[in-house]
Design a protein around this ligand. Structure first.
Ligand code: SAJ
Length: 403
């Protein structure tokens, strides 16, 4: 008989996970405390800008997935709730995970399994979760999510996975469930190793992006083209430099390295330096924007427009986005009334925000591209007469300023 799975948290990880589990023959109930999210899912209003999500939703519904605001008695719980960090000490804020596990513990029976998918700093399960279930026969596990926004369904199916558990038997039970949809390798290990591995993966990427960003600054100072240099260097068989940009956003790469800095101050040195470099990029974009304004004799800041509010291309997530970081530091410099537009953001995030691309373009002379959405790449005709500062190197026009 199938095990009943209750997925807790129906956000960008929990929802596709619940759906793909159901699509592949598992009995699944998806739970979220936000009744609007649940109502919309029950009614079939899904607004998730990911390729294949609609089809996945409908095939999960055909397989009788249920959605609820309540936790249900189940054999396996998969917890995919947010884990922000505490701004003052940079440590993980495990409140959502703790509350989810507390709620599960209130209703679950002994011998069930609780799998934490949320990213947590190494040691979080021992420190905050284990004490919650101390006298109970509940099995804990950690199966950190690895999927990249923008390509979620493909990565859910193809990426390899790590499953940490106290007992190999439990790790194998979870492996069997995940292998119903995951074609990648599924590695089983202990919980602390799984916790550390996940944070290390995102930290690795942050450090590598920081290297590219530092190169951009060095090349600017040396008056060299950083993209040409990276292109040539990457032809070396063991070199693979990432792409410089206006900063690092999202709630993963810009957050997880802080867990290591917060827990290991004094040891996490490269990690801290990388975070600082990436966090300095929005400021660098502002300085470069001022230089370009001088060079182009643009004096009116209200004729400057920043394209893109999301943390990267073709997603609707604005968390920790470089543009928001930039707007924050602008407040310090009182730079005036610059304009902002993003095709994915239909609600007000900031002052002077536009919802119509053409109107936005009409009102600006200098276009600063902060995000390489497909829309901008497909609009070369519309933007070709503007002064363009392309921080993502995505538009191919004769005269464009770069980082
Ligand atoms: N960025 C650059 N240059 C690059 C690559 C990225 O500036 O060469 C910027 C992006 O524009 C964005 C930020 O970095 O602002 C992060 O974007 P991303 O696409 O690198 O990663 P995320 O945050 O969308 O997803 C990451 C992934 N982790 C790794 O690739 C190691 C994903 O697999 C994780 O599941 C996800 O974090 C997570 O939830 O932890």
């Amino acid at each position: 008989m199938n095990k009943l799975i209750n997925v807790i948290g129906l956000g960008y990880i929990g929802l596709p996970t619940a759906l793909i589990l159901a699509e592949n023959g598992n009995d699944v109930i998806g739970t979220d405390y936000n009744s609007t999210v649940v109502d919309n899912l029950i009614k079939g209003n899904i607004d998730f800008p990911e390729k294949g999500m609609n089809e996945l939703y409908h095939s999960a519904v055909r397989k009788n997935i249920e959605f609820s605001t309540e936790y249900k008695k189940a054999d396996v719980y998969i917890v995919a709730v947010p884990t922000p960090y505490e701004k003052n000490n940079k440590k993980v804020d495990a409140t959502y995970v703790v509350n989810a596990v507390k709620s599960i513990a209130e209703i679950c029976e002994d011998d069930c399994i609780i799998v934490i998918e949320s990213t947590i700093s190494p040691g979080t399960i021992d420190r905050y979760i284990r004490p919650l279930i101390n006298n109970r026969r509940i099995n804990l596990a950690h199966a950190p999510e690895r999927i990249i926004p923008g390509n979620i369904i493909k990565e859910l199916t193809e990426n390899s996975r790590t499953i940490g558990a106290d007992l190999p038997k439990i790790a194998n039970e979870i492996k069997n469930i995940y292998s119903t949809f995951c074609n990648g390798n599924i590695i089983t290990t202990d919980i602390r190793t799984a916790e550390m591995t996940k944070v290390v993966e995102n930290t690795f990427r942050d450090i590598n992006i920081a290297f590219a960003n530092e190169l951009a600054k060095i090349c600017r100072s040396a008056n060299l083209d950083v993209y040409e240099i990276i292109k040539i260097a990457n032809m070396h068989p063991r070199v693979n430099i990432l792409t410089p940009g206006p900063g690092v956003g999202g709630h993963c790469i810009s957050v997880d390295p802080w867990f290591l800095v917060g827990d290991y101050p004094g040891l996490a040195n490269i990690i801290l330096a990388a975070r600082k470099i990436n966090d300095s990029m929005p400021e660098f974009v502002l300085e470069r924007t001022s230089e370009i304004m001088k060079e182009e004799n643009i004096t009116d800041t209200s004729r400057v427009g920043f394209y893109g509010l999301t943390y990267k291309e073709n997603v609707d997530d604005i968390r920790e986005s470089p543009t928001l970081q930039l707007l924050d530091s602008m407040k310090k410099h009182l730079c005036g009334q610059i304009k902002v537009y993003d095709p994915y953001i239909k609600y007000e995030v900031t002052a002077n925000q536009y919802y119509d691309f053409d109107k936005f373009l009409d009102d600006i002379d200098l276009l600063v591209i902060m995000v390489g959405h497909d829309e901008i790449k497909d609009s070369l005709d519309k933007i070709k007469n503007k002064v363009i500062f392309d921080t993502r190197n995505v538009v191919n026009l004769p005269k464009v300023y770069h980082l």
